[in-house]
Ligand binder design. Structure first.
Ligand code: FAD
Length: 392
């Protein structure tokens, strides 16, 4: 009886992720190795889960079995001279970087969720982060992968084919191992710059982007600043490498990393991630300000995080924003992915390309069904299960 209750609680916990979309987990499984994952996949449709910090519902189960990757978390090899590491996909980024720091190395892509997110989740969503200006996205740092495809085959993926899995949100295969490029840890300083006008701030961004030492350029708008207890103005967090660490570095970094939590605490829970060319960015910023939507983000690469309240969402503001982003020829999602949340915004041409990729690696739609693209009608009721995992 006790075991049944524990399983039920687990199914409830794993029914959602940081997107707060509710799904349904038929069972949660915690494999420890590749053979166990293959066995699960041979019997079930599965949803793959790293740490569940995804914001588009990619790890939300659709009446299938959740594979929790957290027990595949070992470091297989560190090569200090050639600056690479081979890891299992369930390793948490902060844990990896702590181990690497003993060798003076780090994995440089740093999402704000770095304390908990896994390498597998980062690769699947091609996560960016605070240092996107200098280090780009996760995919740029993947040298090779080991993946289990929808047919249960373990594939060795070399660099040219990494793109078939990195940014595909787990729909083409389960990433089990990754070989990652590393950097030597540089010394860094961080300063908070204040601006009175949007124009002044944007022109500073253009200047700072030209400085080779700048690794991070993060914006917060007036409304967000006030919620953080700062004076009403625009602010840029500017990190430079090769400079001596300042005394308030950790305090400032904590302030930047706590921005979304602060907005969520104040009711602005629905975070978006549109990305635009720099010259179009002010148009979006002005629209957000007119509609009282606070925002922050990776301004150097044109990626903003507007955060909406429930009332603003109900009033249709999110859809209106995406209409504007489309008109400005921007991307609906620069880093969080499509998942369940943004399927309706996916262009037909992109859906077609993704569909072809899905059919190549997972023709029966066994992995992450219903994410990014719909399941074809003829496969819809395949392998339906009851809550005890028995096939109907
Ligand atoms: C507070 C907060 C801050 C964030 N900041 C950033 C940021 O700065 N930049 C950014 O890009 N994102 C950010 N995110 C989004 C999220 O953290 C990242 O996308 C992260 O990389 C997801 O990792 P995860 O382990 O939690 O993956 P999950 O949420 O568990 O999964 C995400 C997707 O990847 C798939 N997946 C997970 N593991 C595997 C695997 N081994 N094989 C195949 N598919 C897999 C899942 O099925 C799902 O589709 C943030 C989220 C939060 C809550």
């Amino acid at each position: 009886m006790k075991k049944f209750t524990e399983q039920r609680i687990e199914r409830i916990i794993y029914a959602s992720d940081a997107s707060c979309i509710q799904g349904k987990a038929m069972k949660v499984m915690h494999p420890e190795n590749i053979a166990e994952i293959k066995q699960i996949l041979a019997r079930h449709n599965v949803t793959v889960r790293g740490a569940g910090t995804g914001l588009a519902g990619g790890a939300v189960p659709q009446q299938d079995v959740v594979i929790d990757m957290s027990r595949l978390n070992r470091i297989i090899e560190i090569n200090k001279e050639r600056k690479y590491v081979v890891v299992e996909a369930g390793i948490v980024l902060a844990d990896l970087n702590m181990q690497l720091s003993r060798y003076g190395l780090e994995f440089p892509v740093k999402p704000s969720s770095h304390e908990v997110c896994t390498i597998g989740g980062m690769i699947a969503t091609n996560a960016l982060g605070l240092r996107a200006l200098k280090y780009g996205s996760t995919r740029d740092w993947v040298l090779g992968l080991e993946v289990i495809d929808g047919k249960g085959m373990l594939r060795q993926i070399a660099k040219p084919d990494v793109k078939d899995f990195a940014s595909m949100e787990g729909i083409t295969g389960i990433i089990v191992r990754a070989k990652l490029r590393l950097v030597e840890i540089p010394s860094r300083n961080l300063e908070l710059m204040r601006f009175e006008s949007l124009k002044e701030m944007i022109s500073a961004v253009r200047e700072l982007k030209r400085e080779a030492s700048v690794s991070m350029l993060e914006l917060i708008d007036r409304k967000t600043a006030e919620l953080l207890g700062l004076e009403n103005a625009y602010y840029l967090f500017v990190e430079r490498e090769g400079k001596k660490k300042n005394n308030d570095y950790d305090k400032l970094m904590k302030l930047r990393e706590g921005v979304y939590s602060k907005l969520a605490e104040n009711g602005y829970t629905r975070i978006e991630d549109p990305q635009l060319y720099m010259d179009k960015l002010p148009k979006l910023m002005e629209w957000l300000e007119r509609n009282h939507v606070p925002y922050f983000g990776h301004v150097a690469i044109g990626l903003l995080h507007p955060c909406f309240s429930n009332e603003q969402e109900k009033a249709g503001l999110i859809d209106s924003m995406h209409e504007l982003v489309k008109k400005l020829r921007g991307k609906v999602s620069g880093e969080h992915g499509i998942g369940l949340l943004k399927k309706k915004f996916l262009a037909d041409v992109d859906a077609e390309i993704i569909s072809r990729m899905k059919r190549r690696y997972d023709p029966e739609f066994k992995i992450n069904r219903g994410k990014v693209i719909d399941v074809p009608k003829n496969l819809l009721n395949d392998n339906a299960e009851d809550e005890n995992g028995k096939e109907n």
